[in-house]
Design a protein around this ligand. Structure first.
Ligand code: SF4
Length: 212
C-alpha cells in the first residue's frame, strides 16, 4: 500500500560538504544548489512532492524574503508564495517600492507537506542548510522573514512572531540585518494586524536606505 514511514531527518553523505563548497555569489551556483535540492531525499517530505520549490527572483537582490514552506499551490506552480498570500506579499513589496522580480523569495523548507500541514522540527532542520547556502549566495542587504517559522529558524529563537516583529536583528551566519513580520496568510485571516505589518515595512525601508 505505499504508506510512507515517518522518520527523523537524516544527513545525506556529502550533502553538507557539497553545499559548503559552492563558490561565492553567482546565478550559476544557485542553479547548482537548485539541482541538489531537486534530487534531495534528506527528509520524508520528498515522498510527497511533485516538485521542489527552490526560490525565485533576482539572485543579486538587496532584499530577500523568507517564508516557511511551500503549500500544494506552490508545489504545482513551482513558485513560493503563489495564490492569495502571494498576492498580498506582492502588495507588501509594492508598498516598499519593489516588484516581485526585484527581490529574492525562498522558504526554509523546499518540499510541501501532505495536506498543507506545517513542516515539523526535523524537516525544518533537514532543509535549513539549503536556505543558509541560498542566503550566502544571494548575499542580500536585508532579510525579511514572514512568519514565525522562518524567523525562528534564522535567529534560533523561540519567541512568538508578535514578540520578534518590529525589531532589527542580525542573521549572524552572514552578518545580515533581519526583520520579521507576520506571514501574509495570517494577515488574510487577521487584517487588523495590517498596521503592525505596515510599521515593519517602514522599518525595512529605513534599514535598506541606511545600507544603500
Ligand atoms: Fe530535502 Fe528539504 Fe525536500 Fe526534505 S524538504 S527532502 S530536506 S529538499
Amino acid at each position: 500500500m505505499g504508506i510512507p514511514v515517518w522518520t527523523a531527518h537524516r544527513d545525506i553523505p556529502g550533502q553538507k560538504q557539497a553545499i559548503a563548497n559552492l563558490p561565492e555569489a553567482s546565478g550559476e551556483s544557485l542553479s547548482v544548489l537548485e539541482q541538489q535540492v531537486a534530487e534531495c531525499v534528506a527528509c520524508d517530505l520528498h515522498q510527497f512532492r511533485k516538485n521542489t520549490v527552490f526560490g525565485v527572483g533576482d539572485p543579486q537582490a538587496s532584499l530577500m524574503i523568507v517564508g516557511e514552506a511551500p503549500g500544494i499551490t506552490e508545489d504545482l506552480k513551482v513558485e513560493p508564495f503563489a495564490g492569495p498570500s502571494g498576492q498580498l506579499l506582492n502588495q507588501m513589496l509594492f508598498a516598499l517600492g519593489f516588484s516581485r522580480d526585484d527581490v529574492y523569495i525562498a522558504n526554509v523548507v523546499k518540499c510541501p507537506a501532505p495536506e498543507d500541514r506545517k513542516p515539523n522540527k526535523a524537516e525544518l532542520e533537514s532543509c535549513s542548510s539549503y536556505l543558509s547556502a541560498q542566503i550566502r549566495l544571494v548575499n542580500p542587504k536585508l532579510i525579511l522573514c514572514v512568519g514565525a517559522a522562518s524567523a525562528k529558524a534564522l535567529l534560533n529563537r523561540n519567541e512568538a512572531i508578535s514578540k520578534l516583529r518590529g525589531q532589527v536583528f542580525e542573521y549572524e551566519a552572514a552578518s545580515i540585518p533581519l526583520i520579521a513580520t507576520f506571514h501574509p496568510a495570517y494577515l488574510l485571516r487577521k487584517p487588523t494586524e495590517k498596521r503592525a505589518v505596515w510599521n515593519d515595512l517602514l522599518l525595512v525601508k529605513e534599514k535598506l536606505r541606511e545600507n544603500a
